[in-house]
Design a protein around this ligand. Structure first.
Ligand code: FAD
Length: 294
């Protein structure tokens, strides 16, 4: 099938794009990488009267150091650019790793960070990475600019806090240390994950105990989910790695509310979340050990 007819607009500035969004009663859609939107247009699941192609807007495709450390990433930055960026690998290596796991090379060379955030697929890697890293998402609309934490941006399946007349323009990502881990289960390389877990952890010297850890699962609920109880168990002063590993796995599984579908049962996804949690914690500990030795 082909899309229903629409008017095509290609603004060259953000101000023009915002004006087009605000301009009247028509149903407007933004086009970024087109990797999710074009199939939806072709299947006529969406029928905008105006399509605003963001790709002509200058300045939205940059990755630069943030004003207080970390990164400022434009909404039009492609997944491949995130995965390959030296700056991203230095400041937030987990984000580069997550980008490397998105789809296939063709998808990664067209798909954008802003697009994957606005689309809000619960099995997507980058939304989960930004929740994990406590990133902030900058939105522009005709009423002005606002910035919201990634943890408040995802409201449910394909649903976000983005208003119909707003554009995701940039993402502010704090830096993270060497203690991180990423794991996902897929049937074939490049597929959306059946389930995935990622972590960042900090171990204080010299006790060896983890001072803080954040764990986020994806593909196991209607949005990225923090495993708060598992985090609490791991950072408790009485935590004993070998004895408490079953409690951590059980807490991770209990935080999930996964779909039961043709790809995997809800029980299997919960099982994956438990196993992958152990795997990413091990990865983080190994990286922390490696960093201490160098
Ligand atoms: C075969 C295949 C496999 C894939 N596998 C994966 C995978 O494993 N993991 C994964 O995470 N994703 C996967 N994807 C999706 C891919 O990551 C898309 O790039 C992403 O979901 C959408 O980004 P986009 O730039 O292509 O956005 P588009 O398709 O252009 O837009 C998607 C939606 O976001 C809106 N939008 C886009 N940019 C903005 C903006 N700046 N401000 C406001 N609204 C905006 C659009 O209006 C539309 O509603 C896959 C896609 C395909 C086709």
């Amino acid at each position: 099938m082909k899309p229903a007819p629409f008017r095509y607009a290609r603004p060259e500035t953000l101000a023009e794009a915002v004006e087009l969004l605000a301009g009247g009663d028509h149903d407007v859609k933004i086009l970024a990488g087109g990797q999710s939107l074009v199939p939806m247009l072709n299947l006529r699941l969406v029928r905008p009267s105006v399509l605003i192609d963001l790709n002509g807007v200058a300045g939205l495709d940059r990755i630069v150091p943030g004003p207080a450390g970390g990164l400022t990433i434009g909404a039009l930055v492609r997944h491949a650019a995130l995965a390959d960026s030296v700056l991203v690998k230095e400041q937030a290596p987990l984000l580069a790793e997550a980008a490397r796991h998105v789809g296939h090379p063709a998808i990664r060379h067209r798909g954008t960070l802003g697009g994957t955030l606005a689309h809000a697929d619960p099995a997507a890697e980058l939304p989960a990475a930004l929740v994990l890293l406590d990133a902030r998402i900058v939105l522009h609309g005709w009423r002005g600019e606002r910035t919201i934490p990634a943890s408040e941006f995802f409201l449910g399946l394909l649903t976000t806090a983005l208003a119909a007349d707003e554009i995701v323009t940039e993402i502010q990502v704090p830096p993270h240390g060497p203690g991180w881990g990423f794991a996902e289960a897929v049937r074939r390389a490049g597929d959306f994950a059946l389930a995935g877990v990622m972590t960042v952890a900090v171990r204080p010297e010299p006790s060896g105990r983890l001072a803080s850890i954040r764990l986020v699962g994806f593909g196991i609920g209607d949005r990225p989910v923090r495993f708060v109880e598992a985090e609490r168990i791991i950072t408790h002063p009485a935590f004993v790695a070998r004895a408490d590993v079953t409690r951590v796995a059980a807490a991770a599984a209990a935080a999930c509310d996964p779909p039961d579908d043709v790809h995997a049962s809800a029980d299997y996804r919960r099982h994956l979340a438990a196993v992958l949690t152990g795997e990413v914690v091990d990865q983080a500990l190994a990286r922390l050990d490696g960093a201490r030795r160098t």
